[in-house]
Design a protein around this ligand. Structure first.
Ligand SMILES: Cc1cc2nc3c(=O)[nH]c(=O)nc-3n(C[C@H](O)[C@H](O)[C@H](O)COP(=O)(O)O)c2cc1C
Length: 187
């Protein structure tokens, strides 16, 4: 089972810090999964315009392959203008609609303030629902007040929620192994 940890931004560091913490908690479950980090800041992006994947640059093709090859995802997003960053939406736009089908996904999001936590419910989850992902009911929203000056998470409740999310993610990942390929091919 290969899990892709997607840092969905090209600037800022708190989403990456939360993602690392989730990685640790998933590792701590003893699941033995392969845990790979992908940061969108390491890629040269092109706007998705519907052309075949072979016609994009190497980075876009590489990113697409990483999503294809993964069996599950942790998506980390900052909040930009009351939504997700364009670069993350652009990456989703690039994927074939079957790419993440029936694969487990957990979400972590970070905003400058608490006010935008429902962006996950209202904007990110519908995209993942379109992809027919197995989105865990747990997600974790953090804001600046949950971190110290070195971007370490200082809030105990956030740690508790991240641990719980990691454990539920592993249960969803195990469940996804039993989903028949036939169910996917039929749709
Ligand atoms: C272009 C831009 C728009 C932003 N819009 C919002 C917003 O609408 N709501 C919010 O809570 N935070 C907003 N922020 C703050 C980011 O969510 C925050 O910078 C991000 O989570 C990463 O934190 P870090 O830069 O301290 O690592 C915005 C930041 C940028 C750069």
């Amino acid at each position: 089972m290969k899990v892709l940890f997607v840092d969905g931004t090209i600037i800022g560091s708190k989403t990456g810090a939360v993602l690392e913490q989730v990685r640790t908690y998933i590792k701590d479950t003893g699941c033995g999964y392969e845990l790979e980090l992908v940061s969108l800041s390491d890629y040269t992006h092109q706007f998705v315009d519907g052309r075949p994947i072979e016609q994009y640059n190497e980075d876009m093709q590489k990113l697409s392959r990483k999503f294809e090859e993964a069996d599950g995802y942790i998506i980390a997003t900052p909040i930009f203008q009351g939504s997700i960053p364009g670069v993350l939406k652009n990456a989703f736009d690039m994927l074939h609609p079957h790419t993440m089908r029936y694969k487990p996904v957990s979400i972590v999001a970070n905003g400058g303030t608490y006010q935008h936590h429902l962006v996950v419910e209202n904007q990110l989850k519908p995209i993942l629902d379109y992809f027919r992902c197995l989105v865990t009911p747990n997600y974790v929203y953090t804001h600046s007040g949950h971190f110290d000056e070195n971007n370490r998470i200082t809030d105990d409740e956030i740690h508790k929620r991240l641990k719980e999310m990691a454990s539920v993610f592993v249960k969803y990942a195990e469940m996804s192994k039993d989903l028949s390929r036939d169910a996917i091919d039929e749709n």
